[in-house]
Design a protein around this ligand. Structure first.
Ligand code: SF4
Length: 226
């Protein structure tokens, strides 16, 4: 039984009985609207829900929520952390110096942005660029999970400390999962450092390079030897 569909049917039934107003408070109404949007079996509707999302307080500081960009038919996905100020301004992931570094990272494994659908774990920028809080991640993760459900990637490259918080409830340390090819449901995911972190901590460049080689190797196994 789908609870959203059942709720909708119940509302239609009440409407048939002549009730055309349900006195719910503002928060519950917003929640119902968002969940009904997200239950729709259509990427465009989810995209629209995201554009108008107020599921957490980050909507107050963003210029825009960011859907992502790239090839939605691709079986490769790249997940970043959360938009920075520049990304929020331009409405797309990886702009400026961080984007240049990402391009170099991908080039080192003979890939480009066009090979991926690229998005963020959390879709709105945060005040002062602070990491998103757990309740913000929890409110937002439905969008990323829906994107994964529709795009059906086989291989995901996840950059930074925020993406693991979407996929693991037991809060593993970053060092315990970084650089491992982890099979989750229908895809394999590799977590490594974000280019922003690399810019501030050049010592991790070597680790990222090693992680990318693992990613490339699995990419070849999946896509070139099949
Ligand atoms: S961060 Fe996510 S949940 Fe929060 S307002 Fe933005 S899109 Fe909605």
């Amino acid at each position: 039984m789908n609870p959203v569909e059942e709720t909708k049917k119940y509302f239609f039934y009440l409407n048939e009985l002549g009730l055309n107003y349900i006195p719910v408070d503002k928060t519950l109404r917003k929640l119902l609207q968002n969940n009904i949007y997200l239950a729709e079996n259509n990427l465009e509707k989810i995209k629209n829900a995201l554009a108008n999302c107020e599921r957490c307080t980050l909507y107050r500081v963003r210029k825009q929520s960011i859907w992502g960009e790239g090839n939605i038919d691709s079986k490769l996905m790249l997940i970043s952390e959360y938009p920075d100020r520049e990304e929020d301004f331009y409405g797309k992931p990886f702009v400026g110096i961080t984007g240049e570094l990402l391009d170099k990272m991908l080039k080192s494994i003979k890939l480009t942005r066009k090979d991926f659908f690229i998005t963020h774990a959390v879709k709105c920028k945060t005040p002062g660029g602070r990491p998103p809080e757990l309740e913000e991640i929890s409110a937002c993760k439905t969008y990323l999970l829906k994107q994964i459900k529709f795009i059906k990637p086989k291989l995901i490259l996840a950059l930074g400390f925020t993406p693991p918080k979407i996929f693991f409830t037991n809060n593993p340390t970053f060092s315990s999962i970084r650089g491992k090819l982890i099979k989750l449901k229908n895809f394999t995911i590799l977590f490594t450092y974000h280019p922003n972190y690399m810019l501030k901590n050049p010592a991790v460049k070597r680790l990222v390079w090693e992680d990318l080689q693992k990613f490339r190797k699995l990419y070849e196994q999946i896509f070139e030897n099949s």
